[in-house]
Design a protein around this ligand. Structure first.
Ligand code: ADP
Ligand code: AMP
Length: 220
């Protein structure tokens, strides 16, 4: 399956993507995680991306699309993928369509995770991620690690993302509403959007997502 996950920052896209990718046996591709891995390795791309990310802005399309394309062309993504955080504006969505058309492929669904602003703000404020891998995600209250400050998965140090500060979050939410939300209408026109509530325990949201994706698949 080829799926795009969309939703405001803090809705739980990364959390759900890890679980859905395992169930659906496709790789989880997060452009945010790819940028953060570049930042830790101190690559040129990482240095460029960090300046945009810390300000809560989108990294320019040219570099983002090239990076996403390169990842989607890896052998493990041949049979499908779950995109998390890409596309994030209409030009990226058009670039993705173009890439898929060239390869004779298409998306199966766009899963829209809906959550009210006050909830995503709480989720972001308590989010802690692992230095070794930003896909290892915890929360100060909602998902505490067994040992405070230590990643359950790999023992790495947990920290708060630089762009999870209050000011940057406000900017990221504004960017989401102005630049990312329009892709929902873009994909609605293609009949691909499945909307679910991102509220409730993580397991319940995963269950809801899998059922919604199954209904969508059966309806084709
Ligand atoms: P996104 O990728 O959409 O920005 P994350 O998956 O990183 O969001 O989740 C944001 C924070 O909220 C994390 O700290 C995560 O542990 C927590 N979280 C995710 N899903 C839930 C949920 N259903 N209930 C409570 N907290 C959640
Ligand atoms: P995320 O990990 O998805 O919350 O993304 C963190 C930050 O990385 C965003 O606020 C952007 O600055 C950048 N980013 C991630 N994905 C994209 C994308 N598709 N286009 C542009 N910037 C992105």
């Amino acid at each position: 399956m080829r799926i795009v996950l969309v939703g405001p920052p803090g809705a739980g896209k990364g959390t759900q993507a890890t679980r859905l990718a395992e169930q659906l046996r496709v790789p989880h591709i997060s452009t945010g995680d790819l940028f953060r891995a570049n930042i830790s390795r101190q690559t040129e791309l990482g240095k460029l991306a960090k300046s945009y990310m810390d300000a809560g802005n989108l990294v320019p399309d040219e570099v983002t699309i090239a990076m996403a394309k390169d990842r989607m062309e890896q052998p493990d993504a041949e049979g499908g993928f779950l995109l998390d955080g890409f596309p994030r504006n209409v030009s990226q969505a058009e670039a993705l369509d173009e890439l898929l058309t060239t390869e004779g492929m298409k998306l199966d669904a766009v899963l829209d995770l809906e959550a009210p602003e006050e909830e995503v703000v709480k989720r972001i404020a308590g989010r802690r991620i692992c230095r070794n891998d930003s896909a290892h995600v915890f929360h100060e209250t909602y998902k505490q690690p067994a040992k405070a400050g230590v990643c359950d998965v790999c023992g790495g140090e947990l920290y708060q993302r630089d762009d999870d500060s209050e000011d940057t979050v406000r900017k990221r939410l504004e960017v989401y509403h102005t630049q990312t939300e329009p892709i929902i209408d873009y994909y609605k026109a293609q009949g691909l959007v499945v909307t679910i509530s991102a509220l409730g325990p993580v397991d319940e949201v995963t269950k809801r997502a899998l059922e919604a994706l199954k209904r969508e698949d059966d309806g084709r």
